[in-house]
Ligand binder design. Sequence first.
Ligand SMILES: Nc1ncnc2c1ncn2[C@@H]1O[C@H](COP(=O)(O)OP(=O)(O)OP(=O)(O)O)[C@@H](O)[C@H]1O
Length: 294
Amino acid sequence: MIKVENLVKYFNNEAAVNQVSFEIAEAENLVLLGTSGCGKTTTLRMINRLLEPDSGRVWIQGTDTSLQDPSKLRRGIGYVLQHHGLFPHFTVAENIAVVPKLLNWKEDAIRKRTFELLEKLRLPAQIAGLYPQNLSGGQQQRVGLARSLMVNPPVLLMDEPFGALDALTRRDIRVEFRQLEELKNKTILMVTHDVQEAFELGDRICLMDKGEIQQIGTAMDLLFNPANAFVRSFFSDQRTQLEFKTVMLTDLFTSRGVPSKVSVWDVLENRTDAGAEIPELPDILTAFENFKRR
Ligand SMILES: Nc1ncnc2c1ncn2[C@@H]1O[C@H](COP(=O)(O)OP(=O)(O)OP(=O)(O)O)[C@@H](O)[C@H]1O
């Protein structure tokens, strides 16, 4: 769906992005993770041509993006920013309608889609007439997301989409994000420096350092098969919690009919369905230790 090959971008004779290549499958969510300044945003912005690479190529749905008109390309890609990027003098409805208007949608169609998305994103219809500054941070972020989803683009680029929110709102919105039907079929490239966020939301994670990819893989790959010492040490602070969140009961008990999509962390946090057949905690922890020794 998205293919990035050998992207390079220099600023002031220094490589901000160096030979970055990856592919994102249709409906996959790839997270670009890394510390500040490692080249995540620069990589993202080369995909919708807000920045032109010094070398390298990007294909979206098989088309070389360098052959497309940049504005037209961007209209077909959802883009969500940390500070939502809403126009302060436009109402919510006007903000959401910007791209459909450029695409000459009829007023009726715009109104219908606006209220459909407000509902899907659990925003009250009344906010349509309000200005962004009259909304909470979480609401503003949802409106930013609604705007990016208006024309139903197959690809979404998200740059620290929850970065401006407080920790609690962030956690709630992440849970909602995972459940949003509207996002299930989207191909998403998301930038974050938040490890927990990357682990919760990414189908795969691309860990970068100093402009280069250190490893691309699932959370399980990065934790249990780190490609190098950088990857190993990157997660050291939160390793135990990340391991508990990543290892599912089905990874530990293949033959015991345990429920799917329940992590060791869910059991520790008591977040399992009543009546589910959950093994005893000591058995889980023993199986977990054995799993790590494999
Ligand atoms: N327009 C620019 N001009 C000069 N240098 C830039 C420009 N944009 C980015 N850089 C530099 O390129 C490097 C990569 O920046 P980038 O914003 O891609 O990193 P990042 O991983 O997204 O970091 P953050 O999480 O802080 O946004 C940094 O050293 C940054 O200072």
